[in-house]
Design a protein around this ligand. Structure first.
Ligand SMILES: [Zn+2]
Ligand SMILES: [Zn+2]
Length: 158
């Protein structure tokens, strides 16, 4: 499906095609929650880089590389320099993919049948993580990639 996104101030808007639009995975790692997730986590989606269409008439979009364990990550995290909204991540190791933050997407997203909580090792103690049916937990990385999760649930758009 086509996803439309924008920053809070409206200086940057974008669209891209995604075959994996379910916002099912919450990441509690320090980069995600500090830059994108005030509630303790952020949700990353995945789309096709070749379909990315960006409107940024004033040149407000910037990117940075997060420092993780003392090393600068190769991934570019794109954001609006006027309002600070996080927009998407692009990693040169997987150049065909774009990972937009679900928080920047304006298109109504489909509701996921389950929620996968990842990087719980890095969660602050005050964040309460839902338990019970429909919630799956990983201390670090999940078993399934975003694409494989969609495929295993019959939700991958062909
Ligand atoms: Zn903005
Ligand atoms: Zn993360």
């Amino acid at each position: 499906m086509k996803l439309q996104g924008s920053c809070q101030c409206g200086a940057v808007s974008f669209s891209l095609e995604s075959r994996t639009p379910y916002p099912y995975m919450r990441c509690y790692c320090s980069v995600c929650r500090k830059t994108d997730g005030g509630g303790g986590y952020a949700i990353n989606l995945m789309g096709e880089a070749a379909s990315l269409d960006v409107h940024d008439d004033t040149g407000a979009k910037r990117s940075f590389r997060a420092v993780i364990d003392g090393q600068e990550s190769v991934a570019e995290r794109h954001f609006c320099s006027r309002c600070g909204t996080s927009l998407w991540l692009w990693d040169p190791r997987w150049p065909e993919l774009i990972h937009p933050l679900a928080s920047a997407i304006d298109t109504p997203l489909p509701r996921p049948p389950e929620t996968v909580h990842i990087m719980l090792e890095y969660k602050p103690s005050w964040v309460e993580v839902p338990e019970g049916p429909g919630h799956i937990h990983f201390q670090r990385y999940p078993e399934l990639s975003i694409e494989d999760w969609h495929k295993s649930h019959g939700l991958f758009e062909t």
